[in-house]
Design a protein around this ligand. Structure first.
Ligand SMILES: Nc1ncnc2c1ncn2[C@@H]1O[C@H](COP(=O)(O)OP(=O)(O)OP(=O)(O)O)[C@@H](O)[C@H]1O
Length: 245
C-alpha cells in the first residue's frame, strides 16, 4: 500500500530576535552582525509524519519542541526550510491559545473555530458540545479576562478537542485544569488519537505517555533531531543520556 505523508518538514530553521539587542542604535551599530543577534532555536530539521501516525517529541527544556509545533501550526513562520501539510487541516491543542480578552467565552469559540478554518455554521453546530465539555457554567457568557488560568485552559482545550482537524498538535496539554478535568482531557485526547485517520504530534516530558500512545518518538536536542524511531529504544537512549548529562 502506498504510504501517504501528512506532514513533511525539510531543513526547518527558526530563530528568535535576541531581545537584549533590539534598540535602533544597537541595530545600526551592529548592522553587519544582525545575524548574531538572533537566537536559532530550530537548526535545520527534516522529518515526516505519515497519515494516521502518532509522533511523540521529547527533549530537555529549551531544545525547540514548542517552537517546532508553533511553526507547524502556522503561528511562527520559518526563517528557511519548508513545511508541507499536503492540504490537511491542523490545530494546536495548547494551553496558550490566544483569546480576545474582552470577548466572552462563547464569542471566542466562534472566533477560534473560524481561525482554525471552520465556517461559522460548522462552529455553531459544535458550540453546545464545546460549552458542555468546558464546564464553565455561566462564565461562558462572561469576558475571558474574568477567567482564571485553569478556566482559560479548559476552554482552549475544549475548542480544539471538539472541532476535530486532520492533524492535531498536542503540547503538554495533559496538565490542563483541575484533577477531574485533567483525567477527562486525557481520556478525550486518547479517543481523538485512536481515530486511525488522524495524524497526531504530541510534545510531552512523560515517558509513559509517549511509550503508550506513540508509533514513533523523535528526540530533539539543542534545536536538532538526535534520534527518531520506535518509541522504546529512542526513549531508553534519551533517559540514559539525561542521566549522564
Ligand atoms: N519568544 C522567544 N524569544 C526568544 N527566545 C525564545 C522565545 N521562545 C523560546 N525561545 C528560546 O528558544 C529555545 C527553544 O524554546 P522552546 O520553547 O521551543 O523549547 P521546548 O523544547 O519546548 O522547551 P520546554 O520543554 O521547556 O517547553 C529556548 O532556548 C528558548 O529560550
Amino acid at each position: 500500500m502506498e504510504e501517504k505523508h501528512a506532514i513533511e518538514v525539510t531543513d526547518l530553521v527558526i530563530s528568535y530576535q535576541n531581545l537584549k539587542k533590539t534598540s535602533i542604535k544597537k541595530n545600526l551599530l551592529h548592522f553587519n552582525r544582525q545575524k548574531a543577534d538572533r537566537f536559532v532555536a530550530v537548526k535545520g530539521i527534516s522529518f515526516y509524519v505519515r497519515e494516521g501516525e502518532i509522533l511523540g517529541i521529547i527533549g530537555k527544556n529549551g531544545c525547540g519542541k514548542s517552537t517546532t509545533l508553533n511553526a507547524l501550526a502556522g503561528i511562527f513562520s520559518p526563517d528557511s526550510g519548508t513545511i508541507d501539510l499536503h492540504g490537511h487541516s491542523i490545530s494546536l491543542l495548547s494551553i496558550g491559545v490566544g483569546f480576545q480578552r474582552e470577548m466572552t467565552g462563547r464569542e471566542n469559540i466562534t472566533l477560534s473555530g473560524m481561525l482554525l478554518g471552520f465556517s461559522e455554521e460548522q462552529v455553531k453546530e459544535k458550540e453546545a458540545e464545546i460549552v458542555e465539555f468546558a464546564e464553565l457554567g455561566d462564565f461562558i457568557d462572561m469576558p475571558v479576562r474574568t477567567y482564571s488560568s485553569g478556566m482559560y485552559s479548559k476552554l482552549a482545550f475544549s475548542i480544539t478537542a471538539i472541532l476535530e482537524t486532520d492533524i492535531m498538535l498536542i503540547d503538554e496539554v495533559l496538565s490542563v485544569g483541575d484533577q477531574k478535568f485533567k483525567k477527562k482531557s486525557y481520556e478525550k485526547m486518547k479517543s481523538l488519537i485512536s481515530n486511525k485517520d488522524r495524524t497526531v504530534i504530541i510534545v510531552s516530558h512523560s515517558l509513559d505517555t509517549l511509550e503508550e500512545l506513540c508509533d514513533t518518538v523523535m528526540w530533539m536536542h539543542d534545536g536538532q533531531i538526535r534520534r527518531i524511531g520506535e518509541p522504546k529504544p529512542v526513549l531508553e537512549e534519551y533517559v540514559d543520556f539525561m542521566e549522564k548529562n
